[in-house]
Write a protein that binds this ligand. Structure first.
Ligand code: AMP
Length: 400
Protein backbone atom coordinates (compact mmCIF):
# COMPACT_ATOMS: atom_id res chain seq x y z
CA UNK A 1 0.00 0.00 0.00
CA UNK A 2 1.26 3.54 -0.81
CA UNK A 3 2.44 5.67 2.06
CA UNK A 4 0.44 8.83 1.40
CA UNK A 5 -0.95 10.15 4.71
CA UNK A 6 0.11 12.23 7.69
CA UNK A 7 -1.57 11.74 11.05
CA UNK A 8 -2.18 15.17 12.61
CA UNK A 9 -2.44 15.34 16.39
CA UNK A 10 -3.76 18.26 18.44
CA UNK A 11 -3.52 17.50 22.12
CA UNK A 12 -5.48 19.39 24.80
CA UNK A 13 -5.50 18.85 28.55
CA UNK A 14 -8.41 16.41 28.46
CA UNK A 15 -8.76 15.82 24.75
CA UNK A 16 -6.89 14.55 21.73
CA UNK A 17 -8.03 15.56 18.27
CA UNK A 18 -6.62 13.71 15.30
CA UNK A 19 -7.00 13.40 11.55
CA UNK A 20 -5.43 11.39 8.80
CA UNK A 21 -4.75 13.67 5.86
CA UNK A 22 -3.25 13.32 2.38
CA UNK A 23 -0.82 16.25 2.55
CA UNK A 24 -0.72 17.15 -1.11
CA UNK A 25 -4.46 17.28 -1.78
CA UNK A 26 -5.65 18.03 1.75
CA UNK A 27 -8.10 15.11 1.49
CA UNK A 28 -9.11 13.91 4.95
CA UNK A 29 -9.32 10.12 5.29
CA UNK A 30 -10.19 9.83 8.96
CA UNK A 31 -10.98 12.22 11.82
CA UNK A 32 -11.56 11.71 15.48
CA UNK A 33 -11.59 12.98 19.00
CA UNK A 34 -10.75 11.43 22.34
CA UNK A 35 -12.46 13.44 25.06
CA UNK A 36 -12.97 13.59 28.82
CA UNK A 37 -9.52 12.03 29.14
CA UNK A 38 -8.26 11.34 32.68
CA UNK A 39 -11.83 10.65 33.81
CA UNK A 40 -13.77 7.38 33.86
CA UNK A 41 -16.06 8.85 31.18
CA UNK A 42 -13.20 9.01 28.66
CA UNK A 43 -14.17 7.96 25.15
CA UNK A 44 -12.83 8.02 21.64
CA UNK A 45 -14.82 8.73 18.48
CA UNK A 46 -13.37 7.86 15.09
CA UNK A 47 -14.98 8.74 11.77
CA UNK A 48 -13.92 6.86 8.64
CA UNK A 49 -15.78 6.73 5.31
CA UNK A 50 -18.86 8.34 6.83
CA UNK A 51 -19.05 5.77 9.66
CA UNK A 52 -18.69 7.07 13.18
CA UNK A 53 -17.65 4.77 16.01
CA UNK A 54 -17.49 5.77 19.69
CA UNK A 55 -15.73 3.50 22.19
CA UNK A 56 -15.26 3.92 25.94
CA UNK A 57 -11.60 3.99 26.94
CA UNK A 58 -10.15 1.66 29.55
CA UNK A 59 -8.00 2.65 32.52
CA UNK A 60 -5.85 4.72 32.94
CA UNK A 61 -8.07 6.76 30.57
CA UNK A 62 -5.12 8.87 29.43
CA UNK A 63 -3.69 10.19 26.14
CA UNK A 64 -1.58 7.04 25.77
CA UNK A 65 -4.69 4.86 26.09
CA UNK A 66 -6.45 6.94 23.44
CA UNK A 67 -3.50 6.62 21.08
CA UNK A 68 -3.28 2.84 21.62
CA UNK A 69 -6.96 2.60 20.71
CA UNK A 70 -6.32 4.71 17.61
CA UNK A 71 -3.33 2.52 16.62
CA UNK A 72 -5.51 -0.63 16.88
CA UNK A 73 -8.16 1.03 14.75
CA UNK A 74 -5.59 2.06 12.14
CA UNK A 75 -4.23 -1.52 11.95
CA UNK A 76 -7.72 -2.99 11.82
CA UNK A 77 -8.65 -0.78 8.87
CA UNK A 78 -5.26 -1.10 7.17
CA UNK A 79 -4.67 2.66 7.42
CA UNK A 80 -1.45 2.19 9.40
CA UNK A 81 0.42 1.17 6.25
CA UNK A 82 -0.43 4.53 4.68
CA UNK A 83 1.30 6.59 7.39
CA UNK A 84 4.27 8.72 6.34
CA UNK A 85 4.71 10.71 9.54
CA UNK A 86 2.96 12.32 12.50
CA UNK A 87 2.45 16.10 12.68
CA UNK A 88 1.83 17.73 16.06
CA UNK A 89 0.30 21.09 16.79
CA UNK A 90 2.46 22.83 19.39
CA UNK A 91 1.22 26.13 20.76
CA UNK A 92 4.45 27.92 21.74
CA UNK A 93 7.70 27.79 19.81
CA UNK A 94 9.15 30.97 21.36
CA UNK A 95 11.91 32.61 19.33
CA UNK A 96 13.54 29.22 18.85
CA UNK A 97 11.18 27.99 16.14
CA UNK A 98 10.11 30.02 13.14
CA UNK A 99 9.33 26.89 11.11
CA UNK A 100 8.30 23.27 11.69
CA UNK A 101 10.84 21.04 13.39
CA UNK A 102 11.58 17.33 13.28
CA UNK A 103 11.06 16.14 16.86
CA UNK A 104 14.12 14.79 18.65
CA UNK A 105 14.89 14.53 22.37
CA UNK A 106 16.48 18.00 22.17
CA UNK A 107 13.37 19.49 20.53
CA UNK A 108 11.21 17.81 23.16
CA UNK A 109 13.30 19.43 25.90
CA UNK A 110 13.08 22.84 24.22
CA UNK A 111 9.28 22.58 24.00
CA UNK A 112 9.33 21.65 27.68
CA UNK A 113 11.47 24.69 28.54
CA UNK A 114 9.07 26.90 26.54
CA UNK A 115 6.26 25.76 28.86
CA UNK A 116 7.31 28.70 31.04
CA UNK A 117 5.74 30.92 28.32
CA UNK A 118 2.71 28.68 27.69
CA UNK A 119 2.02 26.74 30.91
CA UNK A 120 -1.52 25.81 29.85
CA UNK A 121 -0.58 24.49 26.42
CA UNK A 122 2.97 23.24 25.89
CA UNK A 123 2.89 20.62 28.68
CA UNK A 124 -0.24 18.99 27.21
CA UNK A 125 1.16 19.20 23.69
CA UNK A 126 4.17 17.32 25.05
CA UNK A 127 1.96 14.63 26.55
CA UNK A 128 0.65 13.99 23.02
CA UNK A 129 4.14 14.03 21.52
CA UNK A 130 5.52 11.57 24.08
CA UNK A 131 2.57 9.21 23.77
CA UNK A 132 2.79 9.35 20.00
CA UNK A 133 6.56 8.81 19.91
CA UNK A 134 5.92 5.62 21.88
CA UNK A 135 2.98 4.49 19.80
CA UNK A 136 4.60 5.29 16.44
CA UNK A 137 8.29 4.90 17.26
CA UNK A 138 9.10 3.91 13.66
CA UNK A 139 7.74 7.15 12.15
CA UNK A 140 9.15 10.70 11.95
CA UNK A 141 7.30 13.19 14.14
CA UNK A 142 7.15 16.89 13.38
CA UNK A 143 6.16 19.86 15.57
CA UNK A 144 4.26 22.69 13.88
CA UNK A 145 4.15 25.80 16.06
CA UNK A 146 1.22 28.21 16.41
CA UNK A 147 3.65 31.07 16.95
CA UNK A 148 5.98 30.35 14.00
CA UNK A 149 4.22 32.40 11.31
CA UNK A 150 4.47 35.54 13.47
CA UNK A 151 8.23 35.29 13.90
CA UNK A 152 8.75 37.69 10.97
CA UNK A 153 7.46 40.62 13.09
CA UNK A 154 9.90 43.43 13.73
CA UNK A 155 10.94 44.56 17.23
CA UNK A 156 8.76 47.66 16.80
CA UNK A 157 5.72 45.37 16.66
CA UNK A 158 6.72 42.71 19.15
CA UNK A 159 8.26 44.66 22.03
CA UNK A 160 6.14 46.03 24.87
CA UNK A 161 6.75 49.35 26.61
CA UNK A 162 8.52 47.53 29.43
CA UNK A 163 12.13 47.60 30.68
CA UNK A 164 14.19 46.00 27.92
CA UNK A 165 15.73 43.35 30.20
CA UNK A 166 12.32 41.73 30.60
CA UNK A 167 12.68 40.85 26.92
CA UNK A 168 16.42 40.19 26.79
CA UNK A 169 16.52 38.10 29.96
CA UNK A 170 13.01 36.72 30.30
CA UNK A 171 11.74 36.59 26.68
CA UNK A 172 8.69 38.77 27.44
CA UNK A 173 7.45 40.00 24.05
CA UNK A 174 4.55 39.60 21.64
CA UNK A 175 4.56 36.14 20.01
CA UNK A 176 1.05 35.85 18.54
CA UNK A 177 -0.96 32.66 18.04
CA UNK A 178 -3.27 31.02 15.44
CA UNK A 179 -0.23 31.26 13.12
CA UNK A 180 -1.11 28.19 11.05
CA UNK A 181 -4.59 29.58 10.41
CA UNK A 182 -3.39 33.09 9.44
CA UNK A 183 -0.77 31.47 7.16
CA UNK A 184 -3.33 29.16 5.51
CA UNK A 185 -5.92 31.83 4.73
CA UNK A 186 -3.27 34.30 3.53
CA UNK A 187 -1.94 31.65 1.13
CA UNK A 188 -5.49 30.87 -0.05
CA UNK A 189 -6.15 34.60 -0.52
CA UNK A 190 -3.10 34.74 -2.81
CA UNK A 191 -4.37 31.75 -4.81
CA UNK A 192 -7.92 33.10 -5.03
CA UNK A 193 -6.81 36.56 -6.16
CA UNK A 194 -4.23 35.13 -8.55
CA UNK A 195 -1.32 36.89 -6.89
CA UNK A 196 2.10 35.57 -5.87
CA UNK A 197 2.01 35.02 -2.10
CA UNK A 198 5.03 37.34 -1.66
CA UNK A 199 3.01 40.20 -3.14
CA UNK A 200 -0.07 40.10 -0.94
CA UNK A 201 -0.89 42.74 1.67
CA UNK A 202 -3.81 41.56 3.69
CA UNK A 203 -5.37 41.62 7.15
CA UNK A 204 -6.58 38.23 8.34
CA UNK A 205 -9.15 37.90 11.15
CA UNK A 206 -9.35 34.50 12.83
CA UNK A 207 -12.57 34.70 14.86
CA UNK A 208 -13.49 31.61 16.86
CA UNK A 209 -13.60 30.96 20.58
CA UNK A 210 -10.17 32.57 20.56
CA UNK A 211 -9.81 35.56 18.24
CA UNK A 212 -6.83 37.26 16.63
CA UNK A 213 -6.03 39.56 13.73
CA UNK A 214 -2.79 39.61 11.74
CA UNK A 215 -1.33 42.21 9.39
CA UNK A 216 0.49 40.57 6.49
CA UNK A 217 2.80 42.54 4.18
CA UNK A 218 4.43 40.85 1.19
CA UNK A 219 3.10 37.52 2.48
CA UNK A 220 4.83 37.92 5.86
CA UNK A 221 3.29 38.70 9.23
CA UNK A 222 4.19 42.21 10.44
CA UNK A 223 1.84 42.47 13.41
CA UNK A 224 -0.78 40.48 15.28
CA UNK A 225 -3.16 41.11 18.14
CA UNK A 226 -2.36 38.27 20.55
CA UNK A 227 0.73 38.77 22.68
CA UNK A 228 2.93 36.89 25.10
CA UNK A 229 -0.21 34.86 25.77
CA UNK A 230 -3.47 34.35 23.87
CA UNK A 231 -5.20 36.71 26.33
CA UNK A 232 -4.16 39.94 24.62
CA UNK A 233 -5.99 41.70 21.83
CA UNK A 234 -9.59 41.22 20.80
CA UNK A 235 -12.56 40.49 23.04
CA UNK A 236 -13.08 36.70 22.75
CA UNK A 237 -15.58 34.04 23.84
CA UNK A 238 -14.55 34.08 27.50
CA UNK A 239 -11.30 36.12 27.42
CA UNK A 240 -11.28 39.85 28.05
CA UNK A 241 -8.64 40.72 25.46
CA UNK A 242 -6.62 43.90 26.02
CA UNK A 243 -7.44 46.12 28.96
CA UNK A 244 -5.86 48.75 31.18
CA UNK A 245 -3.24 46.79 33.21
CA UNK A 246 -4.24 49.04 36.13
CA UNK A 247 -7.51 47.07 36.35
CA UNK A 248 -5.52 44.09 37.61
CA UNK A 249 -4.07 46.14 40.51
CA UNK A 250 -7.51 47.55 41.23
CA UNK A 251 -9.06 44.08 41.39
CA UNK A 252 -6.25 42.87 43.63
CA UNK A 253 -5.81 45.84 45.95
CA UNK A 254 -9.28 47.39 46.15
CA UNK A 255 -11.58 44.44 45.50
CA UNK A 256 -9.58 41.69 47.20
CA UNK A 257 -9.29 39.32 44.25
CA UNK A 258 -6.49 36.76 44.41
CA UNK A 259 -4.15 36.31 41.42
CA UNK A 260 -5.86 32.97 40.62
CA UNK A 261 -9.29 34.64 40.69
CA UNK A 262 -8.07 37.39 38.35
CA UNK A 263 -6.57 34.79 36.01
CA UNK A 264 -9.88 32.93 35.97
CA UNK A 265 -11.90 36.14 35.55
CA UNK A 266 -9.89 37.38 32.56
CA UNK A 267 -9.55 34.00 30.83
CA UNK A 268 -12.81 32.22 31.58
CA UNK A 269 -15.49 34.68 32.74
CA UNK A 270 -15.00 37.71 30.51
CA UNK A 271 -15.40 38.43 26.79
CA UNK A 272 -18.75 37.71 25.12
CA UNK A 273 -19.80 35.62 28.11
CA UNK A 274 -18.92 38.24 30.70
CA UNK A 275 -20.53 41.16 28.90
CA UNK A 276 -23.67 39.36 27.69
CA UNK A 277 -24.09 37.46 30.97
CA UNK A 278 -25.63 34.84 28.74
CA UNK A 279 -23.14 32.86 26.67
CA UNK A 280 -19.71 32.77 25.05
CA UNK A 281 -21.27 31.23 21.96
CA UNK A 282 -21.89 33.60 19.09
CA UNK A 283 -24.84 31.54 17.82
CA UNK A 284 -26.66 31.80 21.16
CA UNK A 285 -26.10 35.56 21.27
CA UNK A 286 -27.33 36.05 17.70
CA UNK A 287 -30.43 34.03 18.50
CA UNK A 288 -31.07 36.04 21.68
CA UNK A 289 -30.78 39.30 19.70
CA UNK A 290 -33.04 38.08 16.88
CA UNK A 291 -35.71 36.39 19.00
CA UNK A 292 -35.79 38.39 22.23
CA UNK A 293 -34.11 41.66 21.33
CA UNK A 294 -31.67 40.86 24.17
CA UNK A 295 -29.88 44.18 24.78
CA UNK A 296 -27.00 42.75 26.77
CA UNK A 297 -26.23 40.23 24.01
CA UNK A 298 -26.44 43.03 21.46
CA UNK A 299 -24.01 45.14 23.50
CA UNK A 300 -21.56 42.21 23.81
CA UNK A 301 -21.62 41.70 20.03
CA UNK A 302 -21.17 45.42 19.41
CA UNK A 303 -18.13 45.64 21.70
CA UNK A 304 -16.72 42.45 20.12
CA UNK A 305 -17.11 43.85 16.58
CA UNK A 306 -15.88 47.35 17.45
CA UNK A 307 -12.62 45.93 18.84
CA UNK A 308 -12.11 43.91 15.65
CA UNK A 309 -12.72 46.96 13.40
CA UNK A 310 -10.49 49.14 15.56
CA UNK A 311 -7.62 46.63 15.43
CA UNK A 312 -7.97 46.19 11.66
CA UNK A 313 -7.95 49.99 11.22
CA UNK A 314 -4.87 50.31 13.45
CA UNK A 315 -2.92 48.18 10.98
CA UNK A 316 -2.89 51.08 8.54
CA UNK A 317 0.22 51.96 10.58
CA UNK A 318 1.76 48.55 9.77
CA UNK A 319 0.98 48.25 6.06
CA UNK A 320 1.72 50.51 3.12
CA UNK A 321 -0.76 48.71 0.85
CA UNK A 322 -3.91 46.79 1.55
CA UNK A 323 -5.42 44.27 -0.88
CA UNK A 324 -8.21 43.16 1.42
CA UNK A 325 -9.34 41.54 4.64
CA UNK A 326 -10.09 37.87 5.26
CA UNK A 327 -12.55 36.43 7.79
CA UNK A 328 -12.05 32.91 9.08
CA UNK A 329 -12.69 30.71 12.18
CA UNK A 330 -16.11 29.54 13.43
CA UNK A 331 -17.45 33.11 13.75
CA UNK A 332 -15.59 34.61 10.77
CA UNK A 333 -16.79 31.83 8.47
CA UNK A 334 -20.40 31.74 9.66
CA UNK A 335 -21.60 34.95 11.26
CA UNK A 336 -22.83 37.43 8.66
CA UNK A 337 -23.92 39.68 11.54
CA UNK A 338 -20.37 39.99 12.88
CA UNK A 339 -18.90 40.55 9.40
CA UNK A 340 -21.48 43.21 8.63
CA UNK A 341 -20.90 45.07 11.91
CA UNK A 342 -17.11 44.90 11.52
CA UNK A 343 -17.02 46.04 7.90
CA UNK A 344 -19.58 48.82 8.46
CA UNK A 345 -17.02 50.55 10.67
CA UNK A 346 -14.30 50.33 8.02
CA UNK A 347 -15.78 52.69 5.41
CA UNK A 348 -12.86 55.08 5.78
CA UNK A 349 -10.53 52.33 4.56
CA UNK A 350 -12.69 51.73 1.49
CA UNK A 351 -14.57 48.64 2.66
CA UNK A 352 -18.26 47.94 2.06
CA UNK A 353 -20.11 44.66 2.16
CA UNK A 354 -22.52 43.13 -0.36
CA UNK A 355 -25.44 42.04 1.84
CA UNK A 356 -26.58 39.08 -0.20
CA UNK A 357 -23.04 37.75 -0.72
CA UNK A 358 -22.50 38.15 3.03
CA UNK A 359 -25.63 36.15 3.87
CA UNK A 360 -24.85 33.46 1.29
CA UNK A 361 -21.19 32.93 2.19
CA UNK A 362 -21.45 30.74 5.27
CA UNK A 363 -21.12 27.11 6.39
CA UNK A 364 -17.86 26.30 4.61
CA UNK A 365 -18.40 28.47 1.53
CA UNK A 366 -15.58 30.66 0.34
CA UNK A 367 -15.98 34.00 -1.45
CA UNK A 368 -15.46 37.72 -1.76
CA UNK A 369 -18.33 39.47 0.04
CA UNK A 370 -17.26 43.03 -0.87
CA UNK A 371 -19.57 45.43 -2.69
CA UNK A 372 -18.31 45.93 -6.25
CA UNK A 373 -15.63 48.60 -6.70
CA UNK A 374 -14.67 48.31 -3.02
CA UNK A 375 -11.69 46.65 -1.42
CA UNK A 376 -11.77 42.84 -1.25
CA UNK A 377 -13.36 41.28 1.77
CA UNK A 378 -13.08 37.50 1.74
CA UNK A 379 -14.53 34.67 3.75
CA UNK A 380 -12.05 31.77 3.62
CA UNK A 381 -12.60 28.60 5.68
CA UNK A 382 -9.44 27.75 7.56
CA UNK A 383 -7.79 24.32 7.62
CA UNK A 384 -5.05 24.17 10.26
CA UNK A 385 -4.87 20.37 10.07
CA UNK A 386 -4.01 20.53 6.39
CA UNK A 387 -1.21 23.04 7.06
CA UNK A 388 0.23 20.73 9.72
CA UNK A 389 0.05 17.73 7.35
CA UNK A 390 1.55 19.70 4.46
CA UNK A 391 4.40 21.18 6.49
CA UNK A 392 5.15 17.80 8.07
CA UNK A 393 5.31 16.23 4.62
CA UNK A 394 7.53 19.00 3.26
CA UNK A 395 9.96 18.66 6.16
CA UNK A 396 10.30 14.89 5.95
CA UNK A 397 10.66 15.10 2.15
CA UNK A 398 13.52 17.64 2.54
CA UNK A 399 15.06 15.41 5.17
CA UNK A 400 15.19 12.34 2.91
P1 AMP B 1 -14.13 27.91 16.61
O1 AMP B 1 -13.37 28.17 17.88
O2 AMP B 1 -13.36 28.35 15.38
O3 AMP B 1 -14.66 26.51 16.49
O4 AMP B 1 -15.42 28.86 16.64
C1 AMP B 1 -16.41 28.77 17.64
C2 AMP B 1 -17.34 29.96 17.53
O5 AMP B 1 -17.93 29.97 16.21
C3 AMP B 1 -18.48 29.95 18.52
O6 AMP B 1 -18.65 31.24 19.09
C4 AMP B 1 -19.68 29.61 17.66
O7 AMP B 1 -20.88 30.18 18.16
C5 AMP B 1 -19.30 30.30 16.36
N1 AMP B 1 -20.14 29.77 15.27
C6 AMP B 1 -20.13 28.52 14.75
N2 AMP B 1 -21.12 28.40 13.82
C7 AMP B 1 -21.76 29.60 13.78
C8 AMP B 1 -22.87 30.11 13.05
N3 AMP B 1 -23.54 29.36 12.19
N4 AMP B 1 -23.24 31.39 13.26
C9 AMP B 1 -22.59 32.16 14.14
N5 AMP B 1 -21.53 31.74 14.87
C10 AMP B 1 -21.13 30.49 14.70
Amino acid sequence: MTKDCVLVINCGSSSLKFSLIMPQSGQTILTGLAERLLSSEASITIKLDGNKETTALVEPYDHQTALSQLVSFLYQHKCEQRLLAIGHRVVHGGEQYSKPELISDVVERTIEALAALAPLHNPVNLVGIRASRQAFSHLPQVAVFDTAFHQTMDKVAYLYGLPFELYSQHSIRRYGFHGTSHYFVAKRFAELTDSPVDDINVITAHLGNGCSVAAIAGGKCVDTSMGLTPLEGLVMGTRSGSLDPGIIFHLYKQLGYSIEQIDNLLNKESGLLGISQLSNDCRTLEQAIAEQGNEQADLAMDIFCYQISKTIASYSASLSNLDGIVFTGGIGENSSLVRQRVVNRLKLLGFAIDDSANTDTRFGKCGNIAKSSHRDCWVIPTNEEWVIAEQTYQLISEDN
